[in-house]
Design a protein around this ligand. Structure first.
Ligand SMILES: Nc1ncnc2c1ncn2[C@@H]1O[C@H](COP(=O)(O)OP(=O)(O)OP(=O)(O)O)[C@@H](O)[C@H]1O
Length: 457
């Protein structure tokens, strides 16, 4: 596309000779002779670059008119590169113009070659800035579509989730590496994104990487990028995840799946905060905040030599467990309703109501797939149940020997049995603390002591 250059100079002879050179290079030219007209043109046209004289008529040597105009154009935040020109080229004026927002400086009388190369450089830089900005905005949009950026989209009525969220709010303001543990589908990815979005890094990218999905041979290229020709398939330069997440947050999901040989490479980058793209010797800065997640028992993996202890300690400055759904029964009714609202709006269906029996059935189910499973169930039931209210039978929950009922498993310790009994009773009373404590013959403090002991709050 033809690039439009605005020339602002009070000397019409200069304008004429610039027009002559630039039109020959295929640029579209707009020319004005006053600072006011320059601002007006920028507001009314799509201008790609400004060539600006530093001295307009009244005050011909100080450059102050030019500097005011540079500041005024910069304040519009249109990211239009400005190249300033003056016949009174002093270092002071050049420095002042650059500080006010100009990108380059040319002395009159100019050499055409120098002028054209300055213009070409600034146009190329502006284009890549625009591209980077667009990508960052797209990333931001995708992240915020996939994950809520405030607590509104996060259902957390249970005390255990309320506590977790306020801890995350606090931690978000720090730079600490956070390790989120918990079963599949408990919301680890969503919470990682939430931390990013409420942190000081929110303006930059949140870059998730599923460590289980990267083939071992591509690990370095995927994480650190590669330069063209680094290996047979490297047909062009590639930016890695660390670079994409620069100044933002890198989310290492399924952490336990990093092959042991690659763990050392990751550790080195985290320690030195520097990395090199494959095939390049140039070190790049790694200013990223790391959040990782796993459903694996990393301490057991360390014992089995499948996970490096030093990497584990580097990543878990703080470790938080996201509770399974059957440990936060108070959240189930609100989550079920949240998904019903979401899917009925997505599929343009009338919003059905869950009966009390259906809610009870949901709270008694063991949810091996956690919130993801609940979301899938609500999506399915919207299509299979044609009534305005959803009853327990409509849910078609598979009655399996679940972890609430398998109390006679001979491998269970007394504590494990007590924990499961507590969860089962809580489900029966739909999360009502007073009734649960009373039915178990516990005082309120005894009840809460046990909840805390079994990490149920
Ligand atoms: N508290 C919540 N409120 C609303 N939606 C939630 C909540 N927690 C999780 N979800 C939704 O449940 C689904 C599963 O969550 P997510 O992918 O974050 O889980 P995960 O623990 O990262 O899973 P995995 O371990 O399988 O990667 C997502 O669609 C997420 O938006």
């Amino acid at each position: 596309m033809t690039k439009k250059i605005l020339i602002a100079d009070d000397d019409i002879n200069i304008i004429a000779s610039l027009k002559f050179v630039l039109a020959d290079e295929g640029f579209d030219i707009l020319a004005v002779t006053t600072p006011e007209a320059a601002l007006e043109s920028i507001k009314n046209h799509v201008v790609d670059l400004v060539l600006l004289d530093m001295n307009f008529q009244h005050d011909t040597t100080s450059g102050s008119e030019g500097i005011s105009l540079v500041s005024a154009i910069t304040a519009l935040e249109l990211n239009i590169p400005i190249i300033v020109m003056t016949g009174w080229a002093t270092i002071d004026i050049a420095v002042e113009a650059m500080q006010a927002g100009a990108k380059d400086f040319i002395q009159k009388p100019w050499k055409n070659e120098r002028m054209l190369s300055a213009i070409a450089n600034q146009l190329a830089l502006a284009q890549s800035d625009k591209k980077a900005q667009r990508l960052s905005q797209q990333n931001h949009l995708l992240t915020s579509q996939a994950h809520p950026s405030n607590r509104e989209g996060i259902i957390a009525q249970s005390p255990v989730m309320q506590n977790l969220l306020s801890t995350l709010d606090d931690l978000a303001q720090s730079e600490m590496s956070i390790l989120l543990t918990g079963d599949n589908g408990t919301g680890k990815s969503m919470l990682a994104s939430y931390v990013h979005q409420v942190s000081n890094r929110a303006k930059h990218s949140f870059v998730p990487v599923n460590m289980g999905a990267i083939p071992e041979s591509l690990f370095e290229s995927e994480m650190f990028g590669h330069v063209k020709g680094a290996f047979t398939d490297a047909k062009e330069n590639r930016v890695g995840r660390f670079e994409m997440a620069e100044q933002g947050t890198l989310f290492l999901d399924e952490l336990a799946n990093i092959p042991i040989a690659q763990q050392a490479k990751l550790l080195r980058v985290l320690e030195e905060q520097k990395f090199e793209a494959v095939g390049s010797s140039k070190s790049l800065q790694a200013n990223v905040r790391i959040i990782s997640a796993t459903n694996s028992d990393l301490l057991a993996d360390i014992k089995n030599n499948q996970f490096r202890e030093d990497l584990y300690y580097r990543l878990n400055t703080i470790e938080l467990r996201v509770p399974s759904l059957n440990e936060r029964l108070e959240d189930i009714p609100a989550l079920a309703e949240h998904f019903l609202i979401q899917f009925s709006s997505k599929y343009h269906r009338t919003l059905p109501q869950l009966t009390d029996q259906a809610v009870l059935a949901l709270q008694q189910y063991h949810w091996p797939g956690n919130i993801r499973e609940l979301s899938h169930l609500m999506e399915r039931v919207l299509f299979t149940c044609k009534k305005s209210s959803i009853d327990a039978d409509d849910l078609m929950l598979k009655v399996v020997e679940n972890n609430h009922e398998s109390l006679d498993d001979p491998s269970l310790s007394l504590e494990a049995i007590e924990r499961k009994a507590l969860i089962k009773r809580l489900a029966f009373f739909r999360g009502n603390a007073t009734e649960t404590a009373k039915s178990l013959g516990l005082s309120r403090s005894g009840y809460y002591r046990r909840l805390s002991k079994y990490e149920l709050v």
